[in-house]
Design a protein around this ligand. Structure first.
Ligand SMILES: Cc1cc2nc3c(=O)[nH]c(=O)nc-3n(C[C@H](O)[C@H](O)[C@H](O)COP(=O)(O)OP(=O)(O)OC[C@H]3O[C@@H](n4cnc5c(N)ncnc54)[C@H](O)[C@@H]3O)c2cc1C
Length: 467
């Protein structure tokens, strides 16, 4: 109850989207228009696709339609951990694509460097800090697991720094920390909404035509190209890229592969110098603990702490609904866990509490394909790690649309790009399966990480549920 008091003035809105720099929405499309490439969706996925398309060919006429406002959804409300990993972490990549993991890690590192270079090139101030990330063990079995990961990573020629409890607490001081694994270069912290708005500005600067409050309601073939219907008009395009994330895909066949999973976060007020000194955190790394139900936490530019994760909630029927963005019981749990992690911050208050939907697929990392004989491409299924990987997905979509399926690029030759996850079963089996999995994961966290028969069976099938 004590910790819940810290929530009493928390606003039910994502902290990042309250920034006074939030740009006004651009007018909706009215009437018909024609273009070379139509991009649907104004999150990172769509914005990177539009930007890179113009960079590849400045003469290309690119239109982007966004159903609401650019960056309002996952891209403007996430934790801002921008990771090099394209596979939702090294462990997941190792399990699924061991023989091409070294290549995927190299492409992921180049992708992260590419994001940093783009920010510099267009002068985008997205509070980018290449601090790295520390995976934290808070239970003894997790210390062993972190050592195992460090050894596996080393076999691939990468170097992560193992920290014992004292070394970790010298970096970030919490009585709950037992050890850590520090990836010093593979993750950056970013202001997520400023990244989306900056990309929007850069797109406009290159001549992309952006229409907000313009939902594409239908996609069909038209002549040699495609036509998309919107509330007040139509877009005729030679090619279409779909960056619609967790929202119902315009391609019905894609829908069974993705379920919306709600993830939640709190933001504190700015810490005073003494409060910050009581934690240390001079390296300003992103942190995540290592349980199945994990927390992620980081500092903002003005020294607030974002504290998110733990509950990953799937609602029966798999709808994306505004009312799911608020979940007081999760906010209470998160507040409780926050003060357990940082008891020295007692009295600190939360200013914001929000949630958002993640496009979970059963392999936790994006998948890609085309439809309408190569005229439409999509990239979806990033699960909880799309801040960085969406730029890679944008490149893949553009490769596919350029017909590079026959003349493959390095990206489109990857097994990871050419394969798909298993779809989720229909309701009610879907809900029941996710429910059993969630309970089994909780049980494993309480029992030294021991995975029960259900989880071991899913592991063998390469199936799972994560955020
Ligand atoms: C709370 C939370 C925390 C997260 N934390 C992290 C993190 O720290 N690190 C990380 O890597 N990832 C994180 N993620 C995931 C990450 O935010 C996403 O993977 C990423 O933003 C996906 O970008 P996107 O462009 O695909 O999707 P979105 O940002 O969801 O954009 C999709 C856009 O498409 C629009 N759209 C959909 N359908 C249509 C249509 N028919 N017509 C027109 N427009 C349409 C939507 O309005 C939306 O704006 C988090 C997600 C959440 C919700």
């Amino acid at each position: 109850m004590e910790s819940a008091r810290a929530l009493s003035d928390a606003r039910p809105t994502p902290f990042w989207l309250e920034d006074p720099g939030r740009p006004a929405a651009l007018p909706a499309l009215v009437g018909d228009t024609t273009c070379d490439l139509l991009v649907v969706g104004g999150g990172y996925s769509g914005l990177w696709t539009a930007l890179i398309a113009k960079e590849r060919d400045p003469a290309l006429d690119v239109v982007l339609v966004e159903g609401h406002e650019v960056g309002w959804a996952a891209s403007g409300r996430n934790g801002g951990f921008c990771a090099a990993s394209l596979t939702h972490g090294f462990g997941n990549g190792l399990e699924r694509w061991p023989s091409e993991l070294a290549q995927l890690e190299r492409l992921g590192a180049a992708n992260l460097d590419g994001i940093e270079a783009t920010l510099k090139r267009y002068g985008i101030d997205a509070e980018w800090e290449r601090t790295g990330e520390i995976d934290v063990a808070t239970q003894p079995h997790q210390v062993e697991e972190l050592h195992e990961v460090a050894e596996a990573v080393a076999r691939y020629g990468f170097d992560l720094t193992v920290l014992d409890a004292d070394q970790l607490r010298a970096e970030v001081n919490s009585p709950t920390f037992l050890g850590g694994l520090w990836d010093k270069d593979g993750v950056a912290m970013v202001h997520p909404a400023k990244l989306a708005w900056g990309l929007k500005e850069a797109c406009l600067g290159l001549g992309v035509r952006i229409f907000e409050h313009t939902r594409a309601t239908e996609l069909r073939e038209h002549g040699g190209g495609m036509a998309a219907r919107t509330p007040y008009g139509r877009v005729f395009a030679r090619r279409v890229a779909l960056g619609t994330n967790v929202f119902p895909s315009l391609l019905k066949r894609v829908r069974p592969y993705v379920v919306p999973v709600y993830d939640y976060a709190l933001m504190t007020e700015p810490l005073s110098d003494e409060q910050l000194a009581s934690i240390g955190w001079r390296g300003r790394q992103g942190l995540g603990d290592s349980a199945n139900k994990f927390h992620y936490f980081r500092l903002s530019a003005d020294n607030r702490i974002l504290w998110g994760g733990y509950d990953a909630v799937y609602h029966y029927g798999g709808h994306v609904r505004h009312e799911y963005d608020q979940r007081p019981e999760t906010f209470r749990t998160l507040a409780n866990h926050f003060f357990r992690c940082f008891p020295q911050l007692e009295g600190l208050r939360f200013t914001n509490a929000w949630g958002g939907a993640i496009d979970t697929c059963s392999r936790f990392s994006a998948f890609f394909d085309t439809a309408y004989r190569g005229k439409v491409a999509y990239a979806v299924g990033y699960t909880g790690l799309g801040v960085g990987a969406t730029r890679f997905g944008a490149e893949v979509m553009l490769d596919l649309l350029a017909g590079e399926r026959t003349e493959r690029t390095e990206r489109t030759s990857l097994d990871m790009v050419r394969s798909k996850p298993l779809p989720f079963p229909p309701e009610p089996v879907r809900w029941a399966g996710i429910e059993i999995t969630t309970r089994s994961l909780e049980h494993a966290d309480r029992n030294g990480g021991h995975r029960n028969l259900w989880l071991r069976t899913l592991d063998r099938l390469g199936l799972g549920f994560d955020s």
